[in-house]
Design a protein around this ligand. Structure first.
Ligand SMILES: C[S@@+](CC[C@H](N)C(=O)[O-])C[C@H]1O[C@@H](n2cnc3c(N)ncnc32)[C@H](O)[C@@H]1O
Length: 389
């Protein structure tokens, strides 16, 4: 099977033989104010080699309505639920990229910290959020050394548990640098369909109708305070012959949908100096990508920034049908950043990875436009003789 030789977070270029190197698929439009924007109409491929003319076509097919979208996210998380909570697991069999990944990220982070947060006691404690943290590889090897507090967000519980165990050991000895919060949630908001649907089939054979009703109501009372619980009792096969025959065989089904607020992640206002998102944003649809960054902005302290580290397609996009993730091109990302109202403050290419993998890029993103370097004085003005009054 393709998956056996293809890691999920790194896709061999050989998987995408038809991928063009040109970004010319992006139609560029010129608006009256001469601002050039790119529409998402680059062609892309999936891992079976199928071509999509545009990203919109692909998204419509895979996440075009709420049930497809729910399935998209379920499949993505299910994929990772079947992966071992090890370095090899989260790196798709490429544990050897851990070292160059961490060292390149560290170089980038050091520059960003020195430029954005010059030593200043008032900024302490430095706090970071590790999004799609997996087993806490990045937190353990990099973030916890530079930040006083790290929060981890990861939808796959056995990964997050592994992270908690590894980091707890270190935290006992270090109170100045510690992992604080572990959020078992995805980056996207829950759709109504992706709430935890719990079909509770109560086959109450020979149960009196009144007893079933009482049980159903008790369950509602028990659940409602802690969850925003909608219940609808659907009699599936109700063989109640007459309202007076209390002991006639019954079969009832009750459907409980839990709209739990804890399923959605919106950060506390101004908690983070940095929000780091590595090798997980590909799981989000474009719409949820933009929605996530817009929500997450409120979590940044003034001057704070995002770091997004991702695989980069040479053009358009590449869909991985198995883990339900999309690898976007640099241009695709830049269009999404602009929709999020984010600016690329700095970017850096990953080096030192084995041949054959996707290119990897790091973007530091800010909510404020980078200040332009002061213009060099023109020769005419500097050479103009001064008038001495
Ligand atoms: C390739 S692993 C990377 C893990 C970690 N960032 C690292 O670099 O070691 C991808 C991670 O994305 C997580 N993930 C999948 N879908 C997600 C979603 N919708 N929101 C957040 N994380 C998701 C997976 O559970 C998995 O831990």
């Amino acid at each position: 099977m393709l998956r056996h030789c293809v890691p999920s977070c790194f896709v061999f270029r050989t998987r995408t033989p038809g991928l063009t190197t040109s970004d010319s698929h992006f139609a560029s439009l010129f608006f009256s104010q001469n601002r050039k924007i790119y529409r998402m109409d680059a062609a892309g491929l999936d891992s079976y080699g199928r071509e999509f003319e545009t990203a919109d076509e692909m998204w419509r097919e895979h996440a075009g309505d709420s049930s497809k979208k729910t399935q998209w996210y379920r499949d993505g998380v299910s994929y990772w639920e079947g992966v071992n909570a090890t370095m090899d697991g989260v790196l798709g069999g490429f544990a050897n990229v851990n070292e160059p990944d961490i060292s390149c990220s560290e170089d980038f982070l050091k520059i960003l910290l020195s430029e954005r947060f010059p030593p200043d006691a008032s900024r302490q404690p430095l706090v970071v959020l590790d999004c799609g943290s997996g087993i806490g590889r990045l937190t353990k090897n990099l973030l916890i050394r530079y930040f006083n507090e790290v929060d981890l967000l990861e939808p796959v519980s056995h990964f997050l548990e592994a992270a908690r165990e590894t980091l707890a050991a270190g935290c006992q000895t270090n109170t100045v640098h510690k992992a604080v919060n572990f959020y078992c949630v995805p980056l996207q908001l829950a759709t109504s369909d992706s709430t935890v649907d719990c079909d509770l089939f109560l086959y109450c054979l020979c149960l009196p109708a009144a007893a079933f009703d009482l049980f159903h109501r008790c369950l509602q009372c028990f659940l409602s305070p802690s969850t925003n619980c909608n219940t609808a009792m659907e009699p599936l096969q109700c063989h109640l012959l007459s309202p007076f025959s209390q002991f006639t065989p019954l079969s009832h089904s009750a459907r409980f949908s839990f709209f739990s607020p804890s399923l959605d992640f919106t950060p506390d206002t101004g908690r983070y100096d940095v929000i780091w998102i590595q090798w997980c944003i590909g799981h989000l649809t474009d719409e949820d990508f933009v929605s996530f960054f817009k929500r997450a902005k409120v979590g940044l302290k003034p001057g704070g920034f995002f770091v997004l580290k991702e695989n980069i397609a040479r053009s358009g996009f590449v869909l991985d049908n198995e883990d339900r993730s999309v690898t976007r091109s640099d241009m695709y990302f830049k269009e999404l950043f602009s929709q999020c109202g984010l600016h690329v403050y700095r970017s850096k290419d990953q080096t030192g990875f084995p041949e054959g993998l996707f290119a990897v890029k790091m973007y530091a993103l800010t909510t404020d436009a980078p200040k332009r370097a002061p213009r060099a004085k023109s020769k005419t003005s500097t050479n103009r003789p001064r008038t001495i009054m």
